[in-house]
Ligand binder design. Structure first.
Ligand SMILES: Cc1ncc(COP(=O)(O)O)c(C=O)c1O
Length: 463
């Protein structure tokens, strides 16, 4: 019988993070300040510690992972590579479907791959407290878990709709000693302003980010910084441990090539973590289809624009060159809270511009159907975000069957859904609706950023 799981021993864990910026055919565009001029690293110093800012702007291809961080990652890493044999049998596909199981971290998702290093670097820099936002609650719990291990205080602004849909995530954060409040809140100017105009808003990641950044920079002790769970270059960097492990594991199981890489993408981090080491192979000549999958409710990669935009609602962050729907976008309250963000990581966006990535959007009903099939065949209950990657994987496996091709498909199982059962409950009782962002809303949102600087690029792929 062919093996269905590949484990690496601890000594085989990658010792360096991979930085795609070093290999992209065209250099990344710089972040800009409100005056439209490139920002310097010290302009970020009130928000992030300098050791992480150095990683953010680094052009080095490989960055060493400190031994102390590896020691903490060993709590659940290396993560297994598994083969979805029962799904393959059900689909009667000639494709071999593999996935990296990132749901095994203590907080339940890939997010701990960056929360541990971020908390560690902040502690090294003398920081005492971190603030952050969370969509679905996965990032908030991952940061709470890391801060608890490393000895930092942690405050999490959780998007209102998820706060109500997933109350047990708050409890998890509290178990790890963090404080979790619903956003928009009355604790910040950004939150109060929004509540004045939209008292019943479901909230958004853009609003929660504004609150968390404000809470960090307004702390006069200078001992608080902000931590972001996706989008930024250093977050993508920390996640590349996933793809590097997968490369080793595919070799161990005897796969000489991989045809298709898939990951769901909210801000881009789990997708980037799995895909970037393979994007490097693609840049160097390998033929691989690489698909970031977004929600049809927040379709920045497939229907948005590549341009400079703020990372948050209240315009506190620098302007980033990215696929965006506009920073004032308030998405529908879909259950995949982590896919509701208005923008996409600049590195992933640049990969689309270069024609290296082929984004797709999936609707929540199709994604829940995929999650149900997954649970019935492979047994585990995935996070609503992850279900978008599974829906795309199923489509690719069906395509391989139609074409009669023995494809190797690898996707990222970014998290479990055991804290997201309300969404499953709604799906099972027929209360969940198909939702795709209406064109008028999209245009309204994009029009609101038309005066921001353009991100001029040589056109190769999309845009
Ligand atoms: C399980 C899971 N998968 C995916 C995502 C999407 O985020 P990212 O695109 O940064 O991986 C999230 C975000 O909350 C998540 O919790």
């Amino acid at each position: 019988m062919n093996p269905t799981k590949v484990f690496l021993s601890e000594k085989d864990i990658p010792k360096k993070w991979y930085n795609l910026a070093a290999d992209l055919p065209n250099p990344m565009l710089p972040p800009l300040g409100p005056d439209g001029k490139p920002i310097s690293p010290d302009m970020l110093a009130k928000v992030f510690p300098m050791n992480l800012i150095e990683q953010e702007v680094s052009q080095k291809r490989w960055i060493d992972i400190p031994e102390e961080i590896l020691k903490l990652l060993y709590i659940w890493r290396p993560s297994p590579l598994k083969r979805a044999v029962f799904l393959e049998e059900y689909l009667k596909t000639p494709a071999r479907i593999y996935y990296k199981d990132e749901s095994l971290s203590p907080a339940g998702s890939h997010k701990a791959n960056t929360s541990i290093p971020q908390a560690w670097y902040n502690k090294q820099f003398g920081i005492k407290k971190l603030t952050t936002e969370t969509g679905a609650g996965q990032w908030g719990s991952a940061l709470a878990f890391a801060c608890n291990l490393i000895g930092l205080e942690c405050k999490v602004f959780m998007v209102r709709v998820s706060f109500d849909q997933k109350p047990m995530r708050k409890t998890m954060m509290q178990v790890w000693g963090a404080k979790c409040i619903a956003s928009p809140s009355n604790e910040t100017n950004a939150g109060r302003e929004i509540l004045k105009i939209m008292p019943d808003t479901p909230g958004s990641l853009g609003i929660a980010i504004s609150e968390a950044v404000e809470a960090a920079v307004s702390d006069t002790t200078g001992e608080t910084r902000y931590s972001l769970g996706s989008v930024l270059n250093h977050v993508m960097l920390h996640q590349t441990i996933i793809g590097q492990e997968a490369q080793k594991q595919l070799k161990m199981i005897g796969e000489k090539k991989v045809d298709c890489i898939i990951g769901c993408a909210g801000g881009g981090s789990n997708f980037a973590g799995l895909a970037f080491p393979f994007v490097c192979e693609k840049i160097h000549g390998k033929k691989i289809t690489i698909i970031p999958v977004e929600s049809a409710a927040a379709p920045k990669m497939t229907r948005g624009q590549f341009r400079y935009d703020f990372g948050d609602n209240a315009e506190m962050t620098p302007l980033l060159p990215m696929a965006t729907l506009g920073h004032k976008f308030v998405p529908a309250p879909i259950h995949a809270g982590g896919l509701r963000y208005h923008g996409m990581a600049p590195l992933v966006s640049q990969g689309i511009v270069e024609g290296l990535l082929e984004p797709r959007a999936y609707d929540q009903i199709k994604s829940y159907e995929a999650a149900m099939l997954w649970a019935k065949t492979e047994g585990t209950i995935c996070a609503p975000e992850t279900s978008h990657a599974i829906a795309c994987t199923i489509d690719e496996a069906k395509k391989a069957k139609e074409e009669g091709k023995e494809k190797v498909i690898l996707f990222n199982y970014s998290g479990h859904g055991l804290m997201d059962l309300v969404g499953y409950d709604k799906f099972l009782s027929g209360k969940l609706e198909s939702y795709s962002l209406p064109e008028v809303e999209l245009q309204k949102s994009i029009n609101s950023i038309k005066d921001l600087p353009k991100a001029e690029r040589r056109k190769t792929g999309k845009w």
